[in-house]
Design a protein around this ligand. Structure first.
Ligand SMILES: Nc1ncnc2c1ncn2[C@@H]1O[C@H](COP(=O)(O)OP(=O)(O)OP(=O)(O)O)[C@@H](O)[C@H]1O
Ligand SMILES: O=P(O)(O)OC[C@H]1O[C@H](OP(=O)(O)OP(=O)(O)O)[C@H](O)[C@@H]1O
Ligand SMILES: O=C(O)c1cccnc1
Ligand SMILES: [Mg+2]
Length: 492
């Protein structure tokens, strides 16, 4: 499905920062536009103080790249741009160059739903410098948000321990686009359904929901409102019981449930949206059981997140289904993932690749140079460590040493005997042609579920998780150190 084409009628090439276009122009003017480069997209810290991250957004990137072109309206807009002295910002010949620009990069990426960690290249773009550069902003825009929300959803669904989580975020999401992308990413991260009908239609996500307080308030009594809803949806009744008095609301739900049963129908359950959810769910459960409805489900909502769900479970709350909106789709406690996109290597006129590094006072901000790949070592169904290494190097060895890029004293020896190896980066585009067969959204969600099973629960706990080892292969580590010292003009 062409998501971006469905959402937008015109081209998305201008959905970028202005400086990408000024650089593009300057690359072109200085004859560097077609020089080959490698860029990596990665983040530096797992979000929410967590121990893992779920990659999401690749499907949007595929659409973005396939549709990548400047249409006539874009070109006209750029052509009319002026410098402060009234001269055109971009020369006509450059506009012509953009008119003929044809996406021709190689892209490798981690599949959506894959568990990833800091420093792992989630997307690697190789191709003409100008194209790699123009992709920076949209790629980051797409991956940053969807990966963040998929991770939040994963944390929330992990806290729900196999119970269904319904995503109710549309009304509180960051705009229309944010809402749709959040519904998609939430489903990938483990939510069972969304209340957002358009997301259901666009992405093939199950749609579900109950009813609001306004429904009850529009009638003279709650009982009347429940009866009327039961008439309209005899097979789908989840009664919202807390409009006036929660306990009385449960009594009314039971009464309407009984009259439904006389018609051969079963109420699905109730929803509690306020008050002490542990207290009310426990009372409601007892009332439903004693009233002959042991199978009726209790849905809870109201500003829930992974911490509150965990607390409610500890309190033995009798909740079966969790409705989560605001705190999920806005990634309330951490609104940005902070992924970056950095030049890692450039091809010199001699044909040789030159690794590149950005030096920083903070070691966490020094990128990993060179065209690199990442392999995950797995033993008996459990992930042991990830190794980032220079593409094509090292040759097959039995023993590797991986080194934490931010702390050389943290090292791990890996003997590959008996280990499975999973190359995380998969080919997506080759010379601009899509070579990747896209999984559907349900397969992506399954991928996330299976991926999580590879990791010990110590890495998945919400607070102070155990850090999963991701390291640089020794050769790459040394290359990076040497390069940083060289760029700092360090003399031995
Ligand atoms: N037993 C509980 N333990 C921990 N947190 C809870 C428990 N019960 C409810 N909560 C959470 O406490 C917060 C209660 O918020 P608040 O006081 O604003 O709502 P309320 O007054 O119950 O509901 P409303 O304003 O919708 O009538 C919510 O985030 C809710 O999820
Ligand atoms: O709490 P969230 O996780 O965002 O879930 C969605 C919320 O949206 C609905 O009501 P709304 O919040 O609009 O009104 P209310 O606060 O008065 O219930 C629903 O009843 C939930 O409370
Ligand atoms: O269907 C629901 O119960 C619902 C939908 C959106 C927001 N809150 C609740
Ligand atoms: Mg609310």
């Amino acid at each position: 499905m062409k998501i971006t084409k469905d959402l937008y009628q015109s081209s998305l090439a201008l959905l970028t920062d202005f400086y990408q276009l000024t650089m593009a122009y300057a690359y072109w003017k200085s004859g560097k536009a077609e020089q080959e480069a490698v860029f990596n997209l990665f983040f530096r810290k797992n979000p929410f103080q967590g121990g893992y991250t779920i990659a999401a957004g690749l499907d949007y990137i595929i659409d973005y790249c396939r549709n990548f072109r400047f249409d006539e309206a874009d070109l006209e807009y750029l052509e009319e741009m002026q410098n402060s002295d009234g001269s055109p910002t971009f020369q006509k010949e450059f506009i012509e160059y953009l008119r003929n620009l044809d996406f021709s990069c190689d892209i490798e990426a981690v599949e959506e739903g894959t568990v990833v960690f800091p420093n792992i290249p989630i997307v690697k773009v190789k191709g003409p410098l100008i194209q790699c550069q123009l992709l920076e902003t949209p790629l980051l825009n797409i991956i940053n948000f969807q990966t963040l929300i998929a991770t939040k959803a994963s944390r929330i669904t992990e806290a729900a321990k196999g119970q269904s989580v319904l995503e109710f975020g549309l009304r509180r999401a960051q705009g229309i686009d944010g809402a749709l992308a959040a519904s998609r990413a939430s489903y990938i991260g483990g939510c069972s359904a969304t209340s957002n009908v358009m997301a259901g239609k666009l992405f093939d996500i199950p749609v579900s929901g109950t009813h609001a307080h306004s429904w009850i308030m529009s009638f003279d009594s709650e009982l009347e409102a429940f009866h009327a809803y039961a008439d309209a949806f005899p097979d789908k009744c989840v009664f919202l019981v807390d409009t006036y008095d929660t306990i009385n609301g449960v009594k009314n739900a039971i009464e309407v449930g009984k009259s439904l049963r006389e018609k051969g129908k079963e109420m699905v359950g109730i929803r509690i949206d306020s008050g002490d959810l542990a207290y009310y769910s426990t009372i409601a459960r007892d009332m439903l059981d004693e009233g002959g409805f042991p199978k009726a489900q209790i849905v809870a909502s109201n500003d829930l997140d992974e911490q509150i769900i965990t607390s409610l479970k500890i309190q033995d709350a009798r909740i079966d289904i969790w409705g989560v909106g605001t705190k999920l789709v806005t990634a309330y406690d951490q609104p940005a993932l902070g992924a970056v996109y950095k030049l890692a290597a450039i091809r010199k006129s001699s044909g040789e690749w030159e690794p590149k590094v950005k030096v920083s006072q903070q070691s966490i901000k020094i990128n990993i140079p060179g065209d690199h790949d990442v392999v995950r070592f797995v033993k008996s169904g459990k992930a042991l460590a990830d190794m980032i290494y220079l593409t094509g190097n090292p040759v097959e060895k039995n023993n590797y040493v991986i080194i934490d890029p931010n702390d050389p004293t943290k090292r791990k020896k890996i003997n590959i005997n008996g280990l499975e190896k999973d190359n995380l980066l998969k080919p997506i585009f080759e010379k601009g042609k899509k070579v990747y067969l896209r999984p559907d959204i349900h397969q992506i969600r399954e991928n996330a579920k299976r991926n999580l099973e590879l990791f010990d629960k110590a890495h998945k706990r919400l607070v102070n998780p155990h850090i999963y080892p991701v390291g640089l292969e020794e050769g790459l580590y040394n290359l990076r150190t040497d390069l940083v010292l060289k760029m700092k003009n360090y003399d031995e």
